[in-house]
Design a protein. Structure first.
Length: 204
């Protein structure tokens, strides 16, 4: 997992509540176990017609937001089934930050495991961010994880809370496997001890 760095750019406004994981990545695209290749199907049923044509008025199809790395979303984002493909699709599309007033718990946890920063803000802050995002390429938003700040295009700054351990993992690029590998010396020492004390357990 890549280390999380400061994100600065246009934010896409998705002003909808209760966006569930089937809307983020529909069920027909869940056959793969790869984390790549799902970005083209992100919000598939909202982005495309049944015959595959782009729906012009969907936010991510608009020229200003095609390369957005920040998504401003309505309340209860990521609800529904607990599919990890949802953050995979967001990340593969290029979304690195999702800001909302609340997230479904499983989706929220899956974001951190896949290098996406989900930020919870109050409604007043979200409304202001929606206003900023609606300005498209005329306004950029900066998300600074190290200092836990969101900076708007007009110079305003909002602080956000995040669990210190999750912050550390994002900054260092540590997923579950990365965290385990940090203890590889202790794992190797334990295995060596087991081979000496109970060799019958490790005999080929």
């Amino acid at each position: 997992m890549d280390k999380f760095k400061t994100v600065n750019g246009v934010a896409a406004p998705l002003n909808m509540i209760n966006v569930d994981t089937d809307m983020i990545i529909p069920k027909q695209f869940l056959k793969t176990i790869k984390r790549t290749g799902l970005g083209k199907h992100l919000f598939d049923e909202m982005r495309f017609t049944p015959d595959g044509k782009e729906i012009d008025d969907f936010v991510l199809n608009k020229p200003a937001y095609r390369s957005a790395e920040i998504l401003i979303a309505g309340d209860n984002f990521g609800c529904g089934s607990s599919r990890e493909h949802a953050p995979w699709a967001l990340k593969d599309f290029g979304i690195k930050v999702v800001i909302s007033t609340s997230f479904a718990d499983i989706f929220y946890n899956n974001c951190f495991k896949n290098g996406i920063l989900p930020i919870v803000v109050d409604q007043a802050t979200l409304d202001k961010l929606f206003d900023d995002a609606e300005r498209g390429s005329n306004a950029t938003i900066t998300v600074d994880l190290e200092n836990q700040e969101i900076k708007g295009p007009d110079g305003g700054t909002v602080k956000f809370d995040i669990d210190p351990f999750r912050k550390h993992c994002l900054l260092e690029g540590l997923d579950d496997i990365g965290q385990t590998l940090q203890k590889s010396d202790k794992i190797d020492a334990f295995e060596e001890k087991m081979q000496l004390s109970q060799p019958w357990l490790t005999a080929g």
